[in-house]
Design a protein around this ligand. Sequence first.
Ligand SMILES: Cc1cc2nc3c(=O)[nH]c(=O)nc-3n(C[C@H](O)[C@H](O)[C@H](O)COP(=O)(O)OP(=O)(O)OC[C@H]3O[C@@H](n4cnc5c(N)ncnc54)[C@H](O)[C@@H]3O)c2cc1C
Length: 239
Amino acid sequence: MPVPSYHITCTRKELIARDVYELSFTKPEGFTFIPGKFVLFDIPLIENEKDIQTRALSIASRPEESELLFLVKLVPGGRLSRWIVEVLQEGTDVRIQGPFGNFLVDQKTMKDYVFIATGTGLAPFLPQIESLLLQGETRTIDLVFGVRHTADLFWTEKFLELERTYSNFHVHIALSDKEKNDHPHFCGRVQELLHAKQWELSQKNFYVCGSPGMIKDIKELCLSSWNVPKADLHFEAYI
Ligand SMILES: Cc1cc2nc3c(=O)[nH]c(=O)nc-3n(C[C@H](O)[C@H](O)[C@H](O)COP(=O)(O)OP(=O)(O)OC[C@H]3O[C@@H](n4cnc5c(N)ncnc54)[C@H](O)[C@@H]3O)c2cc1C
């Protein structure tokens, strides 16, 4: 079956943290998805617009919202990164394909949820967590979010607001730059924060998204130290 493709138009481009852009696009007629899915953007090379490659971005909005939201972390010299900085502006049209992916929340589980993100790996968790809470989920939902420095933080107030509204939702922020501790957050990596919490991790359902290195570490810890069954591990690596 051919992969469905759509044309979408940028309605907002905003730098929300160091090297992190939040992007809004029009939602095409008939485009439906489940939280956790990603789409492929057609990204031309700046020097030759006929040279097109695709780049994956997780959808950061909920299906019932009127626009599509994305988060992008710039990488030096990257094709998508350069296109966002140098070409993309309000009104730019782009072709996408999708939605794709199996990084979906298993609501049949009886276990509490732990969502672990580094950087823009937070993107699929916003619609997933908001959808769970809006649907009346009563199990405990812990979000562990890691970045290097306070300059890399974003969406903190959004998640703190959810924490104030829903007593079963908790957000935990880890800043790995240990040199600077002029903030109220945990100093260290997300792996260290999980150790420090002393949760019964074998009783949690894990969703992990972000850098491949962090995902490899968490996977090893889950399987070798924390006795988490494979069925309770869900990963999306931003390769
Ligand atoms: C399922 C999935 C979902 C994703 N969702 C998101 C998301 O929501 N948000 C997000 O920020 N990212 C996401 N990613 C990652 C994203 O798709 C891109 O891989 C990332 O943004 C980098 O793209 P880029 O085109 O800017 O860099 P690329 O052009 O792919 O380059 C990556 C790195 O390689 C270097 N490089 C490129 N070409 C060369 C070369 N010829 N020689 C040496 N070095 C080179 C670049 O300098 C750069 O450091 C996702 C990935 C996957 C697989």
